[in-house]
Design a protein. Sequence first.
Lengths: 323, 242
Amino acid sequence: MSQDPVIEASELTKSYGDVLAVNHINFEVKKGEIFGFLGPNGAGKTTTIRMLTGLSKPTAGSAHVLGFDIYSQIAEAKRHIGVVPELSNLYDELSGLDNLIFMAQLYGVPRNQRKERAEQLLKTFRLYDRRDDAFGTFSRGMKRALTIAAALVHAPKLLFLDEPTAGLDVVAARSLRSLIADLRQQGITVFLTTHYLEEADLLCDRITILVKGRIVAVDSPEALKTSLGASLPIEVSFPEAPQKIAEELSEKLPNLRVVAVNHKVRIYGGTPVEVLDAVVRFAKEKGIGVDAVSTVRPSLEDAFIKITGLTPTVMAMEKGGRR
Amino acid sequence: MWHDNLRGIYYIALKDMRTYYLKPPAISWGIVFPVAWILAFYLRSPRAFEELVPGLIAMTILFSTTAAEAVVINFELRIGSLERLLLAPITVSAVLIGKVLGGALFGFLMTALVALGSIIGLGLYVNVPYLLLVVVPSLFAFSAMGALLCVLVKEVFEAQTLANLPRFLMMFLSGVFYPISAMPWPLRYVSYLLPLTYTVDGLRHVLTSGENAVILFDSMILIMVVVVLIVPAVRLLHRRFV
């Protein structure tokens, strides 16, 4: 993988009146990587994409996309970038094929290559059988897939994906993630914003965590996880309902963080010896047994919680506060 | 860059024709509405139908160009597809001009149908270059008017309501049904501020006297109207993306 920067942002800032949406952020995206921009809704992810793609002017700072200055050379940059916005905003009245051909026309794809390229993408995204159907009749997953295909029709070097799997069912999201992973093999650099921790962990080479417009961490998912160091969580199975146990244990161990996760109680903080001692004492006092104890391999979610202090519930919120 | 913009303008106009204009609601609003009004007026006070042809063509230009133009920009802003156009290597001006061209092309088709029907049906003599000198700038002027009204407001229904005000005002005060010379003097001054007045006047001279100076004057006024309407429309649209 070459290390040439595809995006360089320096002190990039955007404010709307008194609200600072993006606050002096600095980052670099390397050629050929899938770069994740992770953060809860309202963190400034979409605003950053809008600035880098010329849809919004920064209030301060600078950025170069594919070597082009976003203030003075954005039109040149646009020729080589594809953007998948958060909304699947192709034309309902046009068929899948016609939508792709229209995009090819807008981007100046040579006339004799438009149809061939559009059909190839329809096959790649498994939409070829529906090529003549109106976009408005597609399912949400199919609309998302065609929106990604539309962003690739001019063979961009850099693809911005804004929440590509938001609102999709599990099967459609998995299928799309596999297609996104394939883009890396084609040498396309991907700038991915998501609020799904699992998605970022699966797809990204490096992740930037953005909270309230500020970058709080940049590293590979593995490095972010191992940064948790000695404070690995310990998971304990009790024969009783984990929610109630977690609440009671939390009162007994005010210095530790105790949560119920997947029918188990997970304890963050403290050394394993301290935690085990406390758990055994708690079980004896309560007169209950302990079914199993294990340390948990840290997840990106654990790293996220430690770095940001936010709960995974905040991350799981869709736009508009939906969960 | 200019090459990208020209290409963008052309394909946006073609796409708009397919998605919005060549559909029954736009066609009925663009042709049926003006024809119905003119026929109703004719049946109420019968006279030589030739006298109503300039008004009929002018109304077709007005209603066909603004049929969808007055809503498409807000509609696309709402569903996010206008933003998609701006992700391509084209400017905000090119997007807006593409939209105006789409309205003007559709208006041209509708106007051609009505004009040909009237001219052939009534056996009128027409100097086609002079006719185009009035019709083409009129098509762009009213399409630009639709675009400006559209970007002045945020909601689709607001744009439609707002567009009705100048449309109906012009219908009654621009000499479509009543000659301007027969109007009370305050209304006469108002009529001179309305672009449709110059369309009707120009068409009347094309179809009757063929007086070159008047036709050229009307055409020049209409070209100025195009510029006066497009420039603020582009600026207003641009403001939504900074």
